[in-house]
Design a protein around this ligand. Structure first.
Ligand SMILES: [Fe+2]
Ligand SMILES: [Fe+2]
Length: 338
C-alpha cells in the first residue's frame, strides 16, 4: 500500500513478531520452537492455524497454546474437526477406512477444547504504531484451503491477492517458507473492479505489489527439511523493503522420534489407516506424501475400480516402492521393521 508513509517520523519503534503456522499436533516441534522463542524474545507471537491433526498430540498442543498470550488463528484442519463433530461434514466422512484419522482426532479433543477451536478467528490485521499494516490468514481471504507454493508464478499469486489492500500479506497452509515480492502487471490491473485501484495519492500507479510471506510449518514441514520452521518479522522503513517488514526464517532441529512413536503408542496409526500412515511418511520425509499418493491414484486407477482405499494404497506401494524410500529414512526404523 504505497500511501502509508510517515513523512515526519525518523525513528521507528522496533517491533519483532514471531509467526508460527501448521503445528499439526506436533507438541515436540512446538516445544523446540517455544524454547527458541524464549531466546529471541519477540514482542508478540502469532499462529496461523492448522494447530491440530496429523501428529497425535493435538490435545496437548491446544492445552499448550491456551496457556500462552499468543494470537491464534484457525486453519482448514480446525474446520475438518469442527465440521465433523458439528454434523456439517459430508456423509462419506463417516467411512472409517478413509476418515479414521479424523474419527480418532474427534475422540481425543475435549468438548472444552472444541469450544475454543470453534471461536478462533480466521483472519487478523495488524496496525501497530510506526509500522505498516499487515494482513494474516491461514490460506487466502475467504478460502482456508488454498495456499501459495514456492513454484507458483508471481502472476497467479498477484491475481489471487488483487483485492488485498495490505502491502504485506502473510499466510501458511503449504508448509513451505516463502519470502517474495509479487507484482501485478498493468494489463492485469485492468481486470480489477475497484475504482480506487488506479489512484494512490493522486498519482497513477503502474503496479500493485505485495510482500508475501509464509513462515513454513512448525510440526509438518513439506519443503524437504524436517526441522521445525517459523519466521520472525521486523518493521523497517518501507523504502527499504516494500511493505516495511523484513523476514528472517528459522529452522530448529529437534528429536522427531517421540512424535513418530506417538503414532504407534496413541493407537492413531491403527485407527487412522492410510491417511495416518501418510502423515507418518510426511513427518519422516518432509515431502508431500499425501498429494503424491492422490496424484498417483488419479493417474493410474480409474474411478470405481473395485478396490478399497486400503487396496489402492497397497497398489501404490507395489507400483512405486515409496514405502522403501520411507523405511530408509525413518529415524525410528519402526514402521516397516528391519
Ligand atoms: Fe497445514
Ligand atoms: Fe492448511
Amino acid at each position: 500500500m504505497v500511501g502509508w508513509s510517515h513523512p515526519h517520523k525518523t525513528d521507528l519503534t522496533p517491533m519483532r513478531l514471531a509467526i508460527l503456522a501448521d503445528i499439526h499436533g506436533n507438541i515436540h516441534a512446538l516445544q523446540a520452537v517455544a524454547h527458541k522463542l524464549n531466546q529471541l524474545q519477540p514482542d508478540a507471537v502469532i499462529v496461523l492455524g492448522d494447530i491440530i491433526n496429523a501428529v497425535p498430540f493435538s490435545s496437548q498442543v491446544v492445552d499448550f497454546l491456551q496457556q500462552t498470550d499468543w494470537i491464534i488463528l484457525r486453519g482448514n484442519h480446525e474446520f475438518y474437526y469442527l465440521d465433523f463433530v458439528g454434523g456439517r461434514a459430508p456423509v462419506d466422512w463417516q467411512d472409517p477406512m478413509r476418515w479414521g484419522q479424523l474419527h480418532w482426532l474427534a475422540e481425543h479433543i475435549s468438548p472444552t477444547q472444541g469450544a475454543y477451536l470453534a471461536a478462533l478467528p480466521d483472519e487478523l490485521s495488524l496496525f501497530y504504531p510506526d509500522a505498516e499494516p499487515i494482513l494474516l490468514t491461514h490460506g487466502v481471504p475467504g478460502n482456508n484451503r488454498f495456499g501459495f507454493s514456492t513454484d507458483m508464478s508471481a502472476e497467479r499469486i498477484a491475481l489471487t491477492l488483487k483485492d488485498v489492500s495490505f502491502a504485506t500479506f502473510i499466510n501458511a497452509h503449504t508448509h513451505q517458507q516463502i519470502d517474495r515480492i509479487v507484482a501485478m502487471s498493468s494489463s492485469k490491473m485492468e481486470e480489477s473492479a475497484d475504482p480506487t485501484f488506479y489512484l494512490e495519492g493522486g498519482k497513477h500507479q503502474n503496479t500493485k505489489k505485495w510482500h508475501f510471506i509464509n513462515p513454513g510449518s512448525v510440526g509438518l514441514p513439506l519443503n524437504g527439511d524436517t526441522r521445525a520452521q517459523f519466521a520472525i518479522i521486523e518493521n523497517i522503513a518501507p523504502e527499504a523493503i516494500h511493505g516495511g517488514w523484513r523476514v528472517s526464517h528459522y529452522r530448529v532441529d529437534y528429536d522427531r522420534r517421540p512424535a513418530l512413536a506417538g503414532f504407534f503408542e496413541s493407537g492413531m496409526l491403527e485407527a487412522g489407516g492410510v491417511i495416518s500412515e501418510l502423515f507418518y511418511w510426511e513427518l519422516v520425509t518432509a515431502h508431500r506424501e499425501i498429494p503424491y499418493f492422490f496424484q498417483w491414484r488419479r493417474a493410474n486407477l480409474p474411478p470405481n475400480n473395485g478396490l478399497s482405499f486400503d487396496e489402492e494404497f497397497q497398489a501404490y506401494k507395489d507400483a512405486t516402492e515409496r514405502h522403501e524410500f520411507i523405511r530408509q529414512r525413518d529415524p525410528l526404523q519402526k514402521i516397516y521393521g528391519r
